[in-house]
Ligand binder design. Structure first.
Ligand code: PLP
Length: 377
């Protein structure tokens, strides 16, 4: 089955007999036991719920993993994942990381005795230099947020072969439609399902997919114990969103390519960061490890005043956090998603007052460009 078909037929509902094409929303906290030591496969919705199970199987099928778990948010998924590690363990993470993950690693993980060392994971030599006998995990985001750096997943896998190091990839930006990290050697894929998977800016969710069933069982235990599970209604929304993942990703990427090319030629734009541009530093790696580049663009303008002007002036493009939905959104990373980073760290990474990020949606590209043109004058 090809991936666009998997989006639609990747999970079969085994619970109902009505022939309903959409999976029913089992809005039930608990389930009747037919008798002593008997159950229907479901007992209590924190442990499992049929609607959530459907979404979990679907996302696991898309990623080509053995087991999938659905969480209330992406951060809940990453937090649960961190419980695989013990005090004294070290992790290596991409330095240009989602702000929330950075906050989690530097506060809660640190308090729990897990040290996270940051590296530009697009540079394999740096990753190698940070591996010690305490390193138990490598957490990669690719492309990164917001600088769009791309990491060669297979090369990191090669580096850690034979070592007891879990390779985790946050695949929120590319989704399995464009990139399948497990096929490239990842042990775990994590998602903010809030973004492209659900795709309509109408629900929060998170997913973990594990390569092996053994790791899946460990994670399932943490999932039910910590309890940050996805609700039946939100699971329904994700399943519904995934049905159009392929067409949304294609259209958003087409738009992104047009917008990135247009921005490159604008006199007030000094730099465009988009993995799909042939002058992107890791363009060849992106081409090799996926089937697309996604639809996230960052760009620098000539001054912070211009940046603020753009944020105030776009009409169609909405000034709002988040990404991956049908609507095109613009953000100001320095003041929003990455405001929690210490200033020196932020500036070192290039996240200054001139940087803007766009999550390109599926509107008409000409309308989006006209909106940017107006805002940039
Ligand atoms: C949004 C996001 C998260 C966190 O997900 P939530 O659903 O907001 O909790 C994690 N990683 C990336 C790359 C994200 O964009």
């Amino acid at each position: 089955m090809k991936i666009d078909t998997t989006c639609i037929h990747g999970a079969k509902d085994k619970t109902h007999t009505t022939g309903a094409i959409a999976p029913p929303i089992y809005q039930s906290a608990t389930f009747v036991h037919p008798g002593v030591n008997e159950d229907t496969g479901y007992s209590y919705s924190r442990l499992q719920n049929p609607t959530r199970e459907h979404a979990e199987k679907l996302v696991a099928a898309l990623e080509g993993g053995a087991a999938g778990l659905a969480f209330s948010t992406g951060m809940a998924a990453i937090t649960t994942l961190m419980e695989l590690f013990s005090p004294g363990d070290e992790m290596i993470a991409s330095d240009d990381l989602y702000g929330g993950a950075f906050r989690l690693f530097n506060t809660i993980a640190k308090k729990n005795g897990v040290t996270v060392n940051y590296a530009d994971t697009s540079d394999i030599a740096i990753v190698k230099s940070l591996i010690t006998d305490k390193t138990k995990g490598i957490f990669i985001e690719t492309p990164t947020n917001p600088m769009m750096k791309v990491t060669d997943i297979a090369a990191v896998r090669k580096l850690t072969n034979g070592m007891d190091i879990l390779l985790i990839v946050d695949n929120t930006f590319l989704t399995p439609y464009f990139c399948r990290p497990i096929e490239l050697g990842a042990d775990v894929v994590v998602h903010s399902g809030t973004k492209y998977l659900s795709g309509h800016n109408d629900t929060l969710s998170g997913f973990i997919v594990s390569k092996t069933a053994v790791l899946g069982e460990k994670l399932k235990y943490l999932h039910k114990t910590i309890g940050a599970v996805l609700s039946p209604f939100d699971a329904f929304l994700v399943t519904r969103g995934v049905k159009t993942l392929a067409v949304r990703m294609e259209k958003a990427q087409q738009n992104a390519m047009k917008i990135a090319s247009w921005l490159k030629n604008h006199p007030k734009v000094t730099k465009v960061y988009y993995a799909g541009l042939s002058d992107h530093s890791e363009f060849e790696i992106s081409k090799r490890q996926g089937t697309g580049f996604g639809a996230m663009i960052s760009f620098s303008v000539d001054s912070a005043e211009t940046a603020c002007h753009v944020l105030n002036k776009t009409e169609l493009i909405l000034f709002a956090e988040s990404l991956g939905g049908t609507e095109t959104l613009i953000t100001y990373p320095a003041a929003q998603t990455h405001a929690d980073l210490p200033e020196a760290e932020r500036l070192k990474r290039g996240i200054d007052g001139k940087l803007l990020r766009i999550s390109v949606g599926i509107e008409n590209a000409e309308d989006l460009i006209a909106d940017l043109e107006r805002a940039l004058t």
